[in-house]
Ligand binder design. Structure first.
Ligand code: NAD
Length: 477
């Protein structure tokens, strides 16, 4: 039912040289379900060589052909969505319906990148002298190294691979060791669609060892990382030292600003469903709920009512709305933050404890009456916990939203155009969604500011990060 995952190097599915593997566990049971190959330096060197050879061919492959292959891979992904989603749920824990959405949205990213590839235009700049032609060509940057996390094992890979391939780059992906089988199926769809050997490659292993080898290597011209702020800063420094372009999609601590002119129950319902998606292990997860004083109590109780009704369990069981956390380490981390906040005076309005002793389940949790000195209000909890505090006016809520070094997603609910425009101008984030959940579409930019990183993974911006401008000036006379 669950495969042992191999790597894809130079067009072949292979075990590691020397046969090293890592264990893969099902977070719903804690039991081992398979293994994943653990790359040696020799494996990485073969991948680097193949990546450079493939890049020379792929960058010259007409863009319509590159686009057709990406669209074909998208079709294959849709045909295989249920079986891939099943693997994703078994290794990562999220409910099957969420896994299906992830795979189908990943197919949309392939389609969108295929379409956008056909619009990689250069430009002509009017010259200062008769006979001089000044043009800007946009060229693929070269072989890319990508590092992706376990929370969205398929879509985090496709957000890097699809625009890279569309732009004409080759790419080596180090996908997550915790959840290896579903991203391998995405790569298989690309291979089955006909992407030539070496253009896309897949490795797993010791993340630090792999990044220390790939990032400084002269073959690699760009890196793209999604994960935690500390690891991101380390890799950004390494990239800087070796003058590599980088995209960093790091953590957040998303503020949710709820004003008293909205339908409080409806907003509570929408946000409680969104908070516990993927058990809160989402970089844009709504986390700091700031609610205007007069509707604070009503909001907290409606939110708790919706959250309390969520069914937690094995993501393959029907009716389950929240699965386990990805591993025991995450359970410990979330529990520590919640316990410390409770000790410091937060009111545990819901949950605040693990569920059962098999698998890494944690209860949907709500901490009310938190304050800004608590650790959980300063560190990203990355788990199923909503933090609630009241606010007086727009100035206070903006100051709290901007207080942390993170600046990824933010949410706001208000019918006042004046308030919404103030937030749009004043909140220091990469994304703001107002009166609905509207983030992370293939065609819209996705990324952060401040410690949340730089670069963008969606929209036209995603293609941009894999292209370099080349200026050519020609005196034809
Ligand atoms: P972690 O910091 O150990 O690892 C985060 C990710 O970075 C993992 O995918 C890991 O494989 C990778 N990684 C770690 N060291 C690396 C290195 N030296 N080189 C290359 N890759 C490396 O944290 P974790 O316990 O796996 O996850 C918890 C934290 O990670 C969360 O608190 C959250 O902030 C962050 N995270 C963020 C995202 C996101 O979407 N931005 C996704 C997953 C995890």
């Amino acid at each position: 039912m669950y495969p042992n995952t191999q790597m894809l190097i130079a067009g072949e599915w292979v075990n590691a040289t020397g046969g090293a593997t890592l264990d893969v566990l099902n977070p719903a049971t804690g039991e081992q379900i398979g293994t994943v190959a653990k790359a040696s330096i020799e494996d990485l060197d073969r991948a680097l060589e193949a990546s450079m050879t493939a890049f020379q061919l792929w960058k010259k492959t007409p863009v319509v052909e590159r686009a057709a292959l990406l669209r074909k891979a998208g079709e294959l992904l849709r045909e295989r969505a249920d079986s891939i989603a099943r693997l994703l749920t078994i290794e990562q824990g999220k409910p099957f319906a969420e896994a299906q959405v992830e795979v189908l949205l990943s197919a949309d990213v392939l389609d969108w990148s295929a379409e956008e590839a056909r619009r990689i235009y250069g430009r002509l700049i009017p010259s200062r002298a008769d006979g001089v032609v000044q043009r800007v060509i946009r060229e693929p940057v070269g072989p890319v190294a990508a590092f992706t996390p376990w929370n969205f094992p398929v879509s985090q890979v496709v957000k890097k691979v699809a625009p890279a391939l569309a732009a004409g780059c080759s790419i080596i992906v180090k996908a997550p060791e915790e959840t290896p089988a579903s991203p391998a199926e995405l790569i298989r769809a690309l291979v089955d669609a006909g992407i030539p050997a070496g253009v896309v490659q897949l490795v797993y292993g010791n993340p630090a060892e792999i990044s220390e080898h790939l990032v400084p290597h002269p073959t690699i011209r760009k890196i793209s990382f999604t994960g935690s702020v500390p690891v991101g800063k380390h890799l950004a420094a390494l990239a800087g030292k070796h003058m590599k372009r980088a995209t960093m999609e790091l953590g957040g601590h998303a503020p949710v600003m709820i004003f008293d002119d909205v339908d409080v129950q409806a907003v509570a319902h929408t946000m409680a469903s969104s908070k516990y998606r993927n058990a809160g292990q989402v970089c844009v997860s709504p986390t700091r709920f700031m609610v205007q004083e007069s509707v604070y109590d009503a909001f907290v109780s409606s939110f708790v009512e919706t959250a309390a009704a969520l069914t937690v369990g094995d993501g393959l069981q029907s009716g389950v709305k929240m699965g386990p956390l990805v591993n025991e380490r995450r359970v410990q981390a979330v529990d520590e933050l919640i316990s410390a906040a409770a000790k410091d005076g937060a009111r545990v309005a819901l949950g605040g404890e693990r569920i059962g002793n098999k698998g890494s389940f944690y209860a949907p949790s709500v901490l009310a009456d938190v304050n800004r000195d608590m650790r959980i209000m300063n560190e990203e909890p990355f788990g199923p916990v909503a933090l609630m505090m009241p606010f007086r006016d727009v100035e206070e809520v903006v100051a709290e939203a901007n207080r942390l070094p993170f600046g990824l997603a933010s949410y706001a609910f208000s019918r006042s155009a004046r308030i919404v425009e103030t937030l749009a101008n004043e909140v220091e984030v990469g994304m703001l969604t107002v009166n609905h959940l509207g983030l992370a579409l293939p065609e819209t930019p996705f990324g952060g500011v401040k410690d949340s990183g730089y670069g963008s993974e969606g929209g036209a911006e995603s293609m941009e990060s894999f292209l370099s401008p080349k200026f050519v000036t020609h005196n034809a006379f």
